[in-house]
Design a protein around this ligand. Structure first.
Ligand code: ATP
Ligand code: MG
Length: 611
């Protein structure tokens, strides 16, 4: 059992009132939070049901429970450890609210219907969803939203959608993901009795990763805090790891903590237990370049290790190959196992070359909290198109056609498909033959099918002469696929569907014909790409709170890390989160040619390597 140092102990033994633990990565914030829960239950007679511990991901909640188990045994299962979303979900259910959740794709469809009713086109649906969610996360209701954007035509249209979207959801008893929080907030704020009930039932509130809690979440927490003498609100945070401005979180959250929560006590943990001094100085040099932050000095008593290794690669394929070689070297000696290693990147699309390299050289891996590149929806759709074009009059072609016929949306419904299936069955032909000969009454369907056939048929005829890359190029143009993808893209801080498609375009150039490409991509269904004991691949965002003996941060080039669109200090914090996951060895790699274009190495690399 780890013995806490004196500062951690003080923070863990804090009993009643409000406290904020501010500390750098790896200084034991999460550990201290766990110990505080244990201390309350074991030494102060607090019943576990009275404690709620909020974390950022389900995995983190689970990890915390596992740490509590050896200390509290069965009592550990009675502490409420959850994400704020799942906590709010339970709260709403508990209070007898009837609702269904509107998940990703259904939400897209739903918003699209609302747009249609409002006759609004030309605004990407993804953008609308992002704006609405951002507004809600900042507690801006429909009226305030419209006021805020007087004179801005696009935003006023979004305000229109926002209003009807809210009304329609209400009618159908639907809640989107942000609504779980928003409705809980309204309920707690509006109903004194309910608020009182929750305040009475939870006397101790603890929050991990508080730097990424947005304004709406802060308001929910405020409703839950009670003023009993024997209660507490305890958070831990690192302002330098705030990487979700995307949902309205900001560094100001921590900087203003003592103004928002008066009479709060502050604890500073200053010893890092995770990393070697060499890795820590990389972190320090990098973050020193940010201005908006609480100055902290990163210290450790850990013994010295190796300096960070910088690898420059000619391009991303070479980057992957060098990774393979390093990883082989590290694991073959027996000192390290594959599962000790993580490869971190700024955007999801960067997994493609690494996955290719790992597959080719039999390095087992898994994608943490995500799917393998070739299994991602926008990539798979294009591969299904290729599969269809390659062999339309076959069972495989039928299977592919069923998958692609309505992507992008051609308003083809179940009735049409049943009709097509039985028409083709009766004539004993494959679906594509059926599609071409079946009489279609509905004018718009007729047009969509004609366009589809006109685009696809020449490709089928010329398939022997065309290379996969050319076909993909023609499809992207002909289907207006990029627009479809970006319209459909619910924006995310670490995933770009267009970039995934660009990667597919790039990789497809290596294959002379469709079967070769398809066969290759099919191999990613195998176990090697989903091996929990393999190397962990993930975006930096997904790596929050985790640690690995060996970390590779890849793609350290301008435009990637820092990302083109990002605000530079937030980009630097993202890089900081990435490198601070490393315990023993840190590798920073960058290709000087990225996606076929010359690239310059990241300014962050220069900052890290300053001396
Ligand atoms: P992050 O900001 O990245 O979330 P953190 O501050 O939450 O980091 P932890 O994950 O709690 O840090 O701890 C980092 C590592 O240091 C863990 O492996 C933990 O077990 C270890 N550790 C923390 N405190 C001590 C201690 N007093 N003695 C030995 N090891 C410790
Ligand atoms: Mg932590």
């Amino acid at each position: 059992m780890i013995r806490l140092n004196s500062r951690q102990k003080e923070a863990a033994e804090f009993l009643y009132g409000t406290a904020c633990v501010i500390a750098c990565p790896g200084s034991g914030k999460t550990l201290t939070m766990t110990r505080r829960i244990a201390n309350l239950v074991k030494n102060h007679g607090v019943s576990p049901e009275r404690i709620i511990g909020l974390t950022f991901t389900r995995n983190a909640a689970q990890a915390m429970r596992e740490k509590l188990y050896p200390i509290l045994e069965d009592l550990a299962t009675r502490v409420d450890l959850a994400t704020i979303h799942s906590f709010c979900y339970s709260l709403l259910k508990q209070e007898g609210k009837t609702f269904e959740i509107l998940h990703g794709n259904e939400q897209l469809k739903f918003v699209r219907q609302v747009m249609k009713k409002k006759r609004i086109r030309n605004i990407p649906v993804g953008l609308i969803i992002r704006e609405i969610s951002l507004a809600k996360n900042n507690i801006i209701d429909t009226d305030e939203f419209a006021d805020l954007y007087t004179g801005d035509e696009t935003m006023l249209k979004i305000a229109d959608v926002y209003r009807l979207y809210e009304a329609e959801k209400k009618k159908k008893l639907l809640l989107d993901f942000t609504d779980l929080l928003f409705e809980s907030y309204l309920l707690l704020k509006g109903e004194k009795e309910i608020r009182q009930k929750y305040q009475d039932s939870y006397t101790h509130l603890l929050i991990d990763e508080y730097q990424d809690v947005g304004p709406l979440q802060v308001e929910i927490l405020k409703q839950l805090i009670n003023n009993h003498r024997k209660s507490s609100f305890w958070v831990c945070a690192d302002d330098c790891q705030s990487i979700y401005s995307f949902t309205g979180a900001s560094v100001g959250n921590i900087l203003n903590f003592d103004k928002v929560f008066q009479n709060s006590q502050q604890f500073i943990l200053d010893t890092n237990y995770r990393s070697t001094p060499e890795i820590l100085s990389c972190c320090q040099r990098l973050i020193d370049h940010n201005t908006k932050k609480i100055d902290k000095v990163l210290r450790t008593k850990n013994s010295t290790g190796a300096k960070a290794t910088v690898i420059d690669a000619t391009n991303e394929e070479d980057e992957a190959l060098q990774l393979v070689n390093e990883i082989k070297g590290l694991t073959e000696s027996g000192t390290y196992q594959f599962k000790d290693i993580a490869v971190l990147y700024r955007a999801n699309s960067l997994s493609r070359p690494i996955e290719d390299g790992f597959k080719q050289h039999q390095i087992p891996y898994h994608i943490e909290n995500g799917s393998s590149f070739y299994q991602r929806h926008e990539v798979k759709v294009l591969l299904d198109y290729l599969r269809f074009i390659n062999n339309p009059d076959s069972d495989d072609g039928d299977d592919a056609l069923r998958k692609i016929i309505n992507i992008p949306n051609r308003y083809i419904g179940k009735t049409f498909m049943t009709g097509l299936e039985s028409f083709s069955n009766k004539r004993n032909v494959h679906l594509f033959q059926g599609l071409k000969t079946m009489p279609i009454e509905v004018p718009y369907l007729k047009k969509f099918i004609k366009d589809f056939v006109c685009l696809i048929e020449p490709l089928i005829q010329d398939v022997a002469q065309l290379e996969p890359a050319e076909i993909i190029h023609i499809l992207r143009e002909g289907l207006d696929y990029d627009r479809y993808i970006s319209d459909d893209d619910i924006p995310s801080p670490d995933d770009s569907k267009i970039e995934n498609i660009n990667q597919l375009q790039l990789v497809s150039a290596k294959y002379k014909d469709i079967p070769a490409l398809i066969n290759y991509t099919e191999t990613f269904k195998e176990e090697n790409s989903n091996n929990k004991d393999g190397v962990a691949l993930m975006t930096v965002h997904k790596s929050k709170g985790l640690e690995f003996p060996i970390v590779f941060v890849i793609g350290m080039t301008e435009g990637v890390m820092p990302n083109k669109q990002g605000e530079i200090e937030e980009e630097r914090r993202i890089c900081f989160v990435g490198i601070s996951r490393a315990m023993n060895l840190l590798y920073l790699t960058y290709p000087i040619n990225y996606m076929g274009k010359n690239a310059t190495r990241s300014r962050f690399l220069d900052e890290i390597l300053e001396d």
